[in-house]
Design a protein around this ligand. Structure first.
Ligand SMILES: *[C@@H]1O[C@H](CO)[C@@H](O)[C@H](O)[C@H]1NC(C)=O
Ligand SMILES: *[C@@H]1O[C@H](CO)[C@@H](O)[C@H](O)[C@H]1NC(C)=O
Ligand SMILES: *[C@@H]1O[C@H](CO)[C@@H](O)[C@H](O)[C@H]1NC(C)=O
Ligand SMILES: *[C@@H]1O[C@H](CO)[C@@H](O)[C@H](O)[C@H]1NC(C)=O
Length: 272
């Protein structure tokens, strides 16, 4: 039963148009040099008025790790279909979502890789057409969690994103949050699959921040991919759910070494 509820929440929180323009809450502005592994995904939905946005992380010179739902079109759209690679642009190296600081590098996408044809396995990798010019300062590969790593309760972590924020800024923002077992995070039963977090005073990710990396404060290692935010930004202690990176490490490495099994995602699914 929980899986149905989680699935429904997934769609309510991620596909609700009324919430489309809210992002990192309770956070502070940061420079890209503090988060050089961040990538901004610009997604142009055909015949739609808005540009969808997501975050991602640089995991090799030519690969961006993101959430699976970031690369699927809204399911109740009459033109529902898988997004094409032409619909994506990836911006790296800039603190501004629109690259107005002119420090960034814009990349097109050559291939989209899914682990499984499932919304619940919320992970995807974008293979870029050309390599990022890594420079260690504004464009850098992130370190991923070790295999089978499960964060203990109350691990101090942070999430970065360009989702619209209360200040209406296009600058990259960071919110410090905490992993949580139990409490409102009871709905996550299996911490192998998903990591749940909470934030004080509704701090945390919201729409537009999906796909962004969950990173440990002390070691700067990516442990999660932002998958869902529950009730953001209205809840006092905002909850968010992340795909556990460690559990997907074998698949990620197979993609990086070009031995992946590409799966086409389900195109339409009526859930809510
Ligand atoms: C988008 O709109 C154009 C022109 O109105 C139409 O020709 C095209 O078929 C539409 N594409 C989709 C995917 O609906
Ligand atoms: C792109 O980067 C990869 C490492 O991720 C490297 O193996 C490859 O040679 C690079 N390609 C080019 C054209 O520089
Ligand atoms: C996890 O840590 C939080 C904050 O310290 C605490 O309130 C909660 O009870 C802990 N959960 C478990 C299952 O120990
Ligand atoms: C949360 O908000 C309350 C009320 O504005 C404030 O007193 C408190 O210091 C805030 N807590 C944190 C950790 O920011």
């Amino acid at each position: 039963m929980w899986s149905i509820i989680v699935r429904a929440l997934f769609f309510i929180t991620h596909w609700g148009d009324e919430l489309l323009n809210v992002g990192i809450h309770g956070g502070t502005e940061i420079d890209i040099t503090e988060s050089p592994y961040m990538a901004a995904l610009h997604i142009t939905v055909p015949n739609d008025t808005h540009i969808r946005q997501c975050g991602g992380s640089i995991i090799s010179a030519s690969h961006i790790l993101t959430a699976g739902h970031c690369v699927l079109l809204k399911t109740d759209d009459p033109n529902s279909r898988q997004l094409d690679i032409e619909d994506f642009l990836v911006l790296v190296g800039s603190s501004k979502y629109d690259n107005s600081d002119k420090r960034g590098e814009v990349h097109s996408v050559e291939k989209i890789l899914f682990k499984e044809a499932s919304h619940m396995n919320d992970i995807a990798i974008l293979k870029l057409s050309e390599n990022i010019t890594l420079d260690d300062k504004t464009k850098k590969v992130i370190q991923l969690a070790e295999k089978s790593y499960i964060p203990p309760n109350d691990t101090h972590v942070h999430i970065d994103g360009w989702g619209e924020n209360p200040e209406n800024s296009i600058n990259l923002h960071r919110a410090h949050i905490f992993t949580l077992y139990g409490g409102g995070c009871d709905l996550v039963g299996d911490h192998n699959h998903q990591i749940c977090t909470w934030g004080v005073n509704s701090s945390g990710p919201c729409l537009g921040d999906s796909g962004g990396p969950l990173v440990t404060d002390d070691t700067n290692v990516q442990i999660g991919i932002n998958s869902m935010s529950l009730h953001c930004p209205y809840d006092e202690n905002e909850l968010a759910i992340f795909t556990n990176v460690a559990e997907n490490l074998d698949w990620i490495h197979s993609v990086l070494s070009n031995q992946e099994d590409t799966v086409t995602p389900e195109k339409t699914q009526t859930v809510v």
